[in-house]
Design a protein around this ligand. Sequence first.
Ligand SMILES: NC(=O)c1ccc[n+]([C@@H]2O[C@H](COP(=O)([O-])OP(=O)(O)OC[C@H]3O[C@@H](n4cnc5c(N)ncnc54)[C@H](O)[C@@H]3O)[C@@H](O)[C@H]2O)c1
Length: 248
Amino acid sequence: MGKLSGKSAIVTGGASGMGRGVALCFAEEGANVAILDRNEAGAKEVAAEAAASGVKTVGLACDVGDEASVKSTFAASAEALGDTDILVANAGIDTTELIENMSTEMWEEMIRINLNSIFYCSREVIPAMKSKRWGRIINFSSQLAHKGAPLMAHYCASKAGVMGFTRSLAYELVEHGITVNCINPGPIDTPLYMGIPEDWRREKEASMPIKRPGRIEEVVPTVLLLASEEGSFYVGASMNMNGGDVMV
Ligand SMILES: NC(=O)c1ccc[n+]([C@@H]2O[C@H](COP(=O)([O-])OP(=O)(O)OC[C@H]3O[C@@H](n4cnc5c(N)ncnc54)[C@H](O)[C@@H]3O)[C@@H](O)[C@H]2O)c1
């Protein structure tokens, strides 16, 4: 018996990086897993890899910043795997620009994908979780929500929004047996992080007490904890694995 046996999970952004790590871990722990990503080929690849653990999986093309896309893929996931018990809202993007040079389009794209998505995805899973009186919602924020960063005001604003949303939803749902928490990683070695300009990354790592980015396997166990029965006392928490970048 795995820690998530009998549960169905959705992992958004599961085609790459931390989402992929979470999807594979959940499958190993016995959950049926839907991998939703705008990279459809990647989602299907990870679904095939996760199926090797002997659980049901599905990989679906989804744009989490698009309400209609979320509604249809969440329904397809429930159809394939049963009602969603665990939502990991991990999909996100990262760009850099000075605010004075930032286009409105760049700002809105960041808020659409990193923040609106959290609302769209949570809203879809709440009714079934309430009727089962059990559920786990785990949202990906960032340690930059606490700290801020030059060139990333739009990203930091979106992730601070995720944290505020998480805490508020945690109040709304705890009496229904549903916990809502967020993951606030520091720099983690994933394709997203490697896409940030190298001089920015070097400066960042030099300023960190641990002097290096984190690894995916240093984040995934915390997501598993929050998703499992053992995570039942975490309510509205911000889990800060960040190599000492922000000590809160
Ligand atoms: N890597 C870091 O240093 C770091 C630090 C703090 C927070 N985070 C957050 O962690 C999460 C995962 O990041 P990662 O580093 O694993 O990134 P990643 O780029 O490796 O993976 C992100 C995945 O999200 C998908 N995605 C992006 N936009 C999407 C959309 N609109 N709809 C559906 N899927 C979409 C991508 O296709 C990709 O597969 C993100 O929310 C990110 O902001 C990352």
